[in-house]
Design a protein around this ligand. Structure first.
Ligand SMILES: NC(=O)c1ccc[n+]([C@@H]2O[C@H](COP(=O)([O-])OP(=O)(O)OC[C@H]3O[C@@H](n4cnc5c(N)ncnc54)[C@H](O)[C@@H]3O)[C@@H](O)[C@H]2O)c1
Ligand SMILES: O=C(O)C[C@H](O)C(=O)O
Length: 332
């Protein structure tokens, strides 16, 4: 029996993501938590004829505790989205506190759950989550994931457009680094099956993958950022974790992880100047991350330059998250 919780379930991502989880045959109980509107969202979803029993919780009456108790997987899209002109880092001041409070709940009530962080800035909110779990002595790096799947989905979609592949799902592209602008590094040279991208199109394609989020923020014109494509991508990653949990083998998905705590992570860490967090394709198993793969060694010269820029950007983002928790850890 698998219990899943969505924290931030009434939001733009939370609602469609909860809908997809409600239709997932690997989920038996679905708990929706938000500071608003979850009773309505849960009532609505509960009429769908699938087995997952769906309940909604608000902060009152120990709602977070009730949502999290017994959870096997917690997906967190709670927090503010960007408006045009903002960077993801500008969300830090609001979202850092939201994520650390929710992870404190995870540490207390479901410390063994897989935790999938969607809330931005992912480059900092994942280190925040890790530090909170460490402070509570329940940190298992194999179960904490920064969800970078939207970058992977975009890489397939935009590359397919350029090479004339009608079904983007056929293209697998390792996207590594972090989740913001030039910390996102698509390793197009390692696309499988191999594709031939016209040389004059490569830089534009890389830029579109790195700044795809801005494209949506701009188009939504003040009404938020990617929600539907994110729900698709977040569900894809959650389903991968659940399939691996149920024993399916051979599942590999890129995700932003704490390298020192994942088998194979030390190899990647050496290659990224000692950064402790980095997204790489990760093999998943019943306990979460089984092995971090290292596609960086085979990066092309141009990709190595992109990696240098990503590493420099990530350093500050990661330190900011770690320092936020260390400065406030007395309050946890
Ligand atoms: N990782 C990614 O690739 C990715 C992609 C898209 C968006 N995001 C991020 O996901 C987050 C959510 O985006 P959205 O478009 O769904 O925003 P939204 O504003 O539509 O929804 C956020 C929800 O979080 C809830 N919330 C706020 N504080 C909370 C708390 N303390 N506890 C529980 N719930 C709380 C809000 O009530 C709201 O329902 C943003 O930070 C956004 O930047 C990440
Ligand atoms: O761009 C954003 O702020 C949301 C998200 O991180 C995205 O990549 O779409």
């Amino acid at each position: 029996m698998v219990k899943a919780a969505v924290l931030g379930a009434a939001g733009g991502i939370g609602q469609p993501l909860s809908l997809l989880l409600k239709t997932c045959s690997l989920v038996h109980e679905l708990a929706l938590y938000d500071v608003v509107n979850t009773p309505g969202v849960a009532a609505d979803l509960s009429h769908i004829a699938t087995p997952a029993v769906t309940t909604g919780y608000l902060p009152a009456d120990d709602g977070l505790q009730k949502a999290l108790e017994g959870c096997d997987i917690v997906v967190i899209p709670a927090g503010l989205p960007r408006k045009p002109g903002m960077t993801r880092d500008e969300l830090f001041n609001k979202n850092a506190g939201i994520v650390s409070a929710l992870i404190t709940g995870v540490a207390k009530w479901c410390p063994k759950a897989y935790v999938l962080i969607i809330s931005n800035p992912v480059n900092s909110t994942v280190p925040i989550a890790a530090e909170v779990l460490k402070a509570h002595k329940v940190f298992d790096a194999r179960k904490l994931f920064g969800v970078t799947s939207l970058d992977v989905v975009r890489a397939s979609t935009f590359t397919a457009e350029i090479v004339g592949e009608k079904d983007p799902r056929k293209l697998t592209i390792p996207v590594v680094g972090g989740h913001s602008g030039d910390t996102i590094v698509p390793l197009l040279s390692q696309t499988t099956p191999p594709v031939s991208i016209p040389e004059d199109k490569v830089a534009g394609l890389v830029n579109r993958i790195q700044f795809g989020g801005d494209e949506v923020v701009k188009a939504k014109d003040g009404a938020g950022s990617a929600t539907l494509s994110m729900a698709f991508a977040g569900y894809r990653f959650a389903e991968a974790v659940l399939k691996a949990h149920s024993g399916e083998t051979g599942i590999v998905e890129p995700t932003f992880i704490y390298l020192p705590g994942v088998p194979g992570g030390a190899e990647v860490l050496k290659q990224v100047g000692g950064l402790e967090y980095f997204a790489v394709p990760v093999e998943l198993g019943p306990g979460g991350a089984v092995k971090a793969t290292n596609p960086l060694i085979a990066a092309s010269e141009a990709e190595k330059k992109l990696l240098e820029v990503a590493i420099a950007g990530l350093k500050g983002n990661i330190a900011k998250g770690v320092e936020f928790v260390q400065a406030s850890s007395a309050k946890l």
